[in-house]
Design a protein around this ligand. Sequence first.
Ligand SMILES: Nc1nc2c(ncn2[C@@H]2O[C@H](COP(=O)(O)OP(=O)(O)OP(=O)(O)O)[C@@H](O)[C@H]2O)c(=O)[nH]1
Ligand SMILES: [Mg+2]
Length: 325
Amino acid sequence: MAAHRNVDAASLFARARAGDRVALPRLLSLVERGGDRAREVAGIAYRSPGQAYTVGITGAPGSGKSTLTDQLINQARERGLDGSDRVAVLAIDPSSPFSGGAILGDRVRMQNHALDDNVFIRSMATRGHLGGLAVAVPDAVRVLSAVGVPVVLLETVGVGQQEVAVAAATDTTVVVVNPGWGDAIQANKAGLLEIADLFVINKADRPGARETRRDLELMLELTQLGDWRPPIVETVATAGNGVDALWTIIGEHRAHLIEGGDLDESRRRRLAREFHQILLTRVGQQLDALLAEDRFAGVVADLLSGVLDPYEAADRLLDGLLPDA
Ligand SMILES: Nc1nc2c(ncn2[C@@H]2O[C@H](COP(=O)(O)OP(=O)(O)OP(=O)(O)O)[C@@H](O)[C@H]2O)c(=O)[nH]1
Ligand SMILES: [Mg+2]
């Protein structure tokens, strides 16, 4: 094959580490697109030292996640985590009807940091990536880690299984709710209660914060908790109120994880889940290819004509594939 003009992944990493502003976005684009080059990038990132601390910020559409994230960038810059003042933001665009305009909105709300070399902001979509968000996001975080970013803030809409799973796959998960009757209950229904390391009641300038806090406390009473009880922080993200306290608690949660040895343990668990997801995707691909083969056409025909029920058809296929199963 003729030599192509693509710069190889290793030199993109070298350039990104040296502070090249173009190289890092290119690496992340490669990850988003999936395929062989994404795999090459992921492989280099995986073997590089350094692991960024990840903070997930999730909650209902419009709850103030981006405004809050913008404030957390300030905290990360001024106070850091463990002494480091660089920070990256990944705003996940779930490509769902909920996200119309989200990318533009996020950019506008975080544009204060556009000229700061120590802040990297990126909206991420994963349309080409077969493993979906569950595989692409950890790869993107590893790329950021590999180029020396110490803290990654991950904004995801807390709607839909995939997004909730991505939000949960962070070291500290912040669940954002708003004041008002039923908001905490909605968050619970979306599965956000189980994944929260701490709760933020944002828009606390509006009435109902006390009721929301009470709802959250009641629901926490009913939940099996480990040795960390998720704190509840009230914020007014638009004014920056409460954000200082929020960053302090994020730091406390991190210290708690490190002291108890839970940080490494939960990262290992996440890696095992990621591996499982990669395997599922691969097996699914192979299965689709096999089903298209002639030798299995008869089984499918027998299923469709009612000779085999779906379980028998599956047995028949698997018997052919896995002789000893
Ligand atoms: N009153 C009030 N409004 C706020 C507060 N925080 C955010 N907002 C407003 O709420 C709206 C949504 O804020 P975003 O930060 O875009 O919310 P988001 O959760 O990122 O929204 P999506 O990414 O679209 O789901 C904006 O108009 C904000 O100005 C707050 O503390 N109080
Ligand atoms: Mg947003």
